[in-house]
Design a protein around this ligand. Structure first.
Ligand code: MN
Ligand code: ZN
Length: 664
């Protein structure tokens, strides 16, 4: 008796849990997809978690559904974590509702997935507008025989070395090799004056001649990039740089098929199946205007019908299933452009861009604009990701804060994510930053922080015992504004109060010492892979990275000894256009744009696995931050311009110039 009673209780508990999940599924479907469930039986059901986006394939789901009765149609929208089933009779749908709800199904990766079913009035799915390939796109199937595929794959001599030798690079889960010209991932172009020795592998030359003769391509390419993609990995959506390459770009898929996503700026997405041994030819609009990319996932949504091989994947969701990805190797052939691009897609043309590239400001108004766009805006956009890379405080800054008497009032001007605000609990610390998103992160961490400009801090003069300004002053775009920022720091200090200032150094190697980052990077291969994980993601290093500049230890660091103390004033940039700094290389200009490669929200994948709505991941945008890197002696000289301070200390710390000031 007693045992029975317990079993009933247990069942009730499970039922309650199940009902909760079912109602949650219903809620999510309505909220995110506009799918309205009804509370009375109909012939159609929406099957939450039974979608292609969950890794459930058509055959498997159908098998489970058909056990409840004859199925009239099963609609599986691409990338969605749900499906619609229409039963021939209401008995079937009722039985499915009654027996499959909360039941598990094993997905294609062997994971358990619980299904939640709800009745719907009508199984509907808004069809994709476009049913044709992007203009200018061509997929030639069986362009080479299996024998040639084998030969081509064997011809790639992947060296065991993961370094930069042999023009081979190891990106995260992806190996690449370049021929003809090396492709530079930091600016997505090639050095047109530096052809690589050796040309193309012989086997490629033969194949290219054949394609030319047969008319598949019109121009002989001179640049080849070989990419090896592991299943589950992809490439962010992008347009190949107009100014770098000619119109025709072709890519040979070997080893395994893939679905490539093409996207028009209007938002129309076309998924194109690239079968094994097929050639993708992109010309005209498809090459210049549409982005292309590969969504990282282990399965592609493909058409189930046997005859389907290459080309567009239609929105006939009654005919979609999953295809498991294998190791795919692509040979992408391009022709380096020698004349300016004059395509008719100026909105996406790097040569015809309406906005001129940022240049060194000639007035404080221009400086403000530059800072607005290339400092303030960028930090607001990258705040979360930036914060996730900034959690280890620097020892000497900690030391400074810990040495202050307890009860000191300290302002952190440009506090970022607030990593120094909680260092010494004995201090009254207040942070401020120009970025609201960064200030919000400080507030989430229960720190006192406010939004303000470092040139006008809303704090009474002489009210601070100490101030810190870490990696801030180098974001001001004129020498005058940098001095003004220092002046504002000094204004906050009481007589005798001290300020610690850090700015990026032009000299990234000092007294034969490489920065901590360089050493760390050498040790941690994992981190290095993280940095190298993609063409868009050759980012500043991830976790544990100091605020200083990073350089690749694999690359030689040219000596900066020629810059003598105090000589910075004479270093003028001949061209006022700001150069884009190549991450992990030394600086060649004091005023630079430093790329930040934004990475997505790492929590996202998880949500998809449970019951999130799977979709295409966002491509990784690149932001350019303006920096004025300081030369040896420059920071001190700027401080001396203030008058009411004395320099107590100045030093070099991991790629930064640093001073401790005292208000006189
Ligand atoms: Mn491309
Ligand atoms: Zn163009």
């Amino acid at each position: 008796m007693n045992i029975d009673h317990k079993a009933v209780l247990k069942l009730n508990k499970m039922e309650k849990k199940f009902l909760r999940k079912q109602s949650k599924a219903r809620h999510v479907l309505l909220k995110h997809e506009g799918i309205q469930a009804v509370s009375y039986p109909t012939q159609s059901l929406v099957v939450a978690n039974g979608g292609l986006g969950n890794g459930v394939c058509r055959k498997q789901l159908l098998l489970a559904l058909e056990k409840c009765g004859p199925v009239e149609d099963l609609l599986m929208p691409p990338n969605k974590p749900y499906a619609f089933v229409i039963y021939q009779s209401i008995e079937g749908s009722k039985k499915a509702y009654g027996t499959l709800n909360g039941k598990e199904i094993i997905d294609d990766l062997g994971h358990k997935i619980f299904l939640y079913l709800n009745f719907v009035e009508k199984a509907q799915w808004k069809k994709l507008g476009l049913q044709t390939l992007p203009p200018g796109l061509l997929v030639v199937e069986e362009i080479i025989p299996p024998e040639d595929e084998k030969l081509l794959l064997e011809s790639i001599k992947w060296t065991g070395d993961t370094g930069n030798q042999n023009f081979q690079k190891s990106l995260k889960h992806r190996r690449v090799k370049h021929f003809g010209y090396e492709f530079h991932y930091e600016n997505n172009t090639v050095d047109k004056d530096k052809p690589l020795p050796g040309g193309f592998p012989d086997i490629c030359n033969g194949i290219l001649e054949k394609w030319l003769k047969e008319g598949y391509i019109k121009h002989k390419p001179d640049q080849l990039t070989i990419n090896e993609y592991e299943p589950g990995h992809g490439i962010p959506a992008h347009i190949d740089t107009h100014s770098a390459f000619e119109d025709e770009i072709v890519s040979l898929s070997l080893g395994s098929a893939i679905v490539m996503d093409f996207k028009h700026p209007d938002g129309v997405t076309v998924q194109v199946m690239l079968p094994r041994r097929s050639l993708l030819v992109m010309t005209g609009e498809s090459r210049y205007l549409w982005t292309h990319g590969i969504t990282p996932r282990k399965f592609d949504t493909v058409q189930a019908s046997k005859q389907f091989k290459g080309g567009i994947i239609t929105s006939d969701i009654g005919d979609l299933t999953l295809s498991k990805r294998g190791m795919r190797t692509s040979f992408t052939f391009r022709k380096v452009r020698r004349t300016p691009c004059n395509c008719s897609y100026s909105s996406v043309c790097d040569r015809q861009r309406q906005a001129p590239p940022p240049s060194l400001p000639a007035s404080s108004k221009e400086a403000l604009q530059l800072e607005q766009e290339h400092v303030h805006h960028v930090y607001d956009e990258i705040a979360r990701h930036f914060s996730s890379t900034r959690h280890s405080p620097w020892p000497r800054i900690v030391e400074f804060l810990k040495a202050l008497p307890s009860g000191s009032i300290v302002a952190d001007i440009g506090c970022g994510n607030g990593k120094y605000l909680g260092i010494n609990k004995e201090l009254y610390m207040i942070g401020c930053d120009r970025s609201l998103n960064l200030v919000n992160i400080c507030r989430e961490r229960q720190f006192q922080a406010l939004v303000c400009d470092a040139l006008s801090v809303p704090v009474r003069s002489g009210s601070c015992d100490a101030c810190i300004s870490i990696a801030v002053i180098h974001h001001f775009a004129t020498a005058e504004r940098r001095v003004e920022a220092l002046q504002e720091l000094a204004r906050l200090l009481r007589p005798g109060g001290q300020a610690l200032i850090y700015v990026w150094a032009m000299e990234q190697e000092y007294k034969n010492q490489k920065s901590k980052y360089l050493k760390e990077n050498r040790i941690s291969q994992g981190e290095k892979e993280d940095i190298n994980n993609d063409r868009f993601m050759e980012a500043l290093p991830v976790n544990q990275m100091p605020d200083g500049v990073s350089e690749d230890p694999a690359l030689s660091v040219p000596s900066t000894n020629n810059i003598k103390k105090g000589e910075y004033k004479s270093r003028k940039i001949s061209n006022s256009e700001l150069p884009v700094h190549r991450n992990r290389t030394s600086f060649h200009s004091q005023d630079v744009l430093v790329p930040w490669h934004l990475k997505g929200n790492p929590g996202k994948d998880k949500a998809v696995k449970s019951f999130g709505l799977a979709g295409c991941p966002n491509p990784s945008p690149v932001f350019h931050r303006y920096y004025h890197v300081f030369c040896d002696g420059e920071l001190e000289a700027s401080c001396q311009a203030l008058g009411d301070v004395s320099i107590l200390q100045s030093y070099y710390d991991e790629g930064n110039w640093c001073v401790v000031l005292q208000k006189v």
